[in-house]
Design a protein around this ligand. Structure first.
Ligand SMILES: Cc1ncc(COP(=O)(O)O)c(C=O)c1O
Length: 387
């Protein structure tokens, strides 16, 4: 059987491969602790499950949804953006519902890029930015995120020729995988760059609500002029433990969203109305459960940082996301260290190299594991290094 040439260059998705390895280990009887995938271990809060149960039972939600979504979902998103970020969103033209941020990011590539176009992609970065660009035949120009620059993309590294060719720039803060946050005028500089070179900006806002120690993450769209150049993707997955539900939305530039709508009317039939109504219900608050999740992740972060310190690994305590991004011990690559801890300690960590070439030399640890398992994982890793 012959398949599309497009598939030849497409590597299996990082976590699909990891899931396979974990299943294999568990099947052979190993008690695997996963600090790998950022998939919350705790359940969706009951008040959300109960609302969804009510909505699923309502026959008016059972028919095909519209791709543009329900007015009440858009209005709730606009209300949330106004209250939380001080950003004004027109719910009819500047809002678009998504089956999770991941599909939105990948499909935005189809809507914006042609074969041979250039996409500016952070390195390391969430794999869908490069994967989505490569699937459509675009070329990827990695922007190296350097620890000494706070893991902010350095736009000065892009030559004027590359900037002229670039059609899209992906960014995302609080950042996966580096856990970096924005504390300066980075978003303003991105807007200036995008305007100068006519580049569409996609800001991935999957982690804005998971922050610690008093840090409050801004929206890219709060930067003056941002809506002229870009869109932002919001996801319910991480703040509400809803990864399996597949719910998100995009807000911002109406032209980009209109193209996304046009594309997606040909691909899917929108988001289940019951889920959109539940999304509206969540956005309208209260958000005590998010505060509780932040407390849990902060506690786990401290536990992990303390355990690592006690075995001689000093790591900064991230103020956003659910990850820690740490250098591998001398003598290992990202992959060989990940392999070592899986084989010798039964602990899954994500090799940094899976997020792009600059992720080499790092691993990402996810805080989506119960406290006692985090401490045990560090113990096991330490023991395996002494073997
Ligand atoms: C940076 C980033 N963007 C998007 C997503 C995907 O979000 P969703 O579950 O809404 O598709 C993730 C999930 O890990 C992520 O880390």
């Amino acid at each position: 059987m012959l398949f599309s040439r497009r598939m030849d260059d497409l590597a299996p998705y990082l976590f699909a491969e990891m899931e396979r390895k974990i299943a294999e280990k568990r099947q052979s009887g190993v008690d695997v602790i996963s600090l790998g995938i950022g998939d919350p271990d705790l359940p969706t809060p009951p008040y959300i499950v109960e609302e969804m149960q009510r909505q699923v039972a309502d026959p008016s939600n059972h028919r095909y949804p519209s791709n543009w979504g329900l007015a009440e979902y858009g209005e709730a998103a606009a209300g949330f953006y106004e209250r939380r970020f001080g950003v004004d969103i027109d719910p009819q033209k500047e809002f678009f519902p998504l089956l999770g941020a991941k599909e939105g990011l990948a499909h935005a590539c189809w809507a914006i890029l042609d074969p041979g176009d250039l996409a500016l992609v952070p390195d390391p970065g969430y794999p869908v930015y490069s994967g989505g660009s490569l699937i459509v035949g675009a070329e990827v120009r990695y922007l190296r995120l350097r620890p000494e620059k706070g893991f902010l993309a350095d736009l000065d590294e892009v030559s004027p020729e590359e900037a002229e060719r670039a059609k899209v720039l992906f960014i995302g803060y609080p950042n996966n995988p580096t856990a970096a946050i924005i504390e300066d005028d980075f978003f303003e500089r991105v807007v200036a760059f995008a305007k100068k070179y006519d580049v569409a900006v996609i800001h991935d806002n999957a982690y804005s609500e998971l922050t610690y120690d008093g840090y409050v993450a801004p929206s890219f769209l709060a930067a003056p002029g941002a809506k002229d150049v870009g869109v932002e993707f919001f996801s319910f997955s991480k703040p509400f433990n809803m990864t399996g539900w597949r719910l998100g939305f995009a807000v911002g530039n109406r032209d980009i969203l209109a193209q996304l709508w046009r594309l997606k009317t040909n691909l899917d039939s929108g988001v289940f109305d019951a889920l959109q109504r539940t999304g509206a219900f969540i956005l309208n608050g209260p958000w005590d459960s998010v505060t509780e999740m932040c407390d849990i992740y902060r506690r786990r972060r401290d536990l992990l940082a303390d355990a690592l310190t006690s075995v001689g690994v000093q790591v900064p305590r991230p103020r956003g996301t659910i990850y820690m991004w740490i250098p591998v011990p001398a003598g290992y690559t990202s992959a060989s260290f990940s392999e070592h801890v899986l084989e010798q300690a039964g602990v899954v960590v994500t090799p940094g190299s899976g997020y792009g070439p600059a992720g080499e030399g790092f691993i990402r640890l996810s805080l989506t594991t119960p406290d006692e398992r985090i401490a045990e994982a560090v113990d096991r890793i330490e023991h395996s290094l002494r073997l």
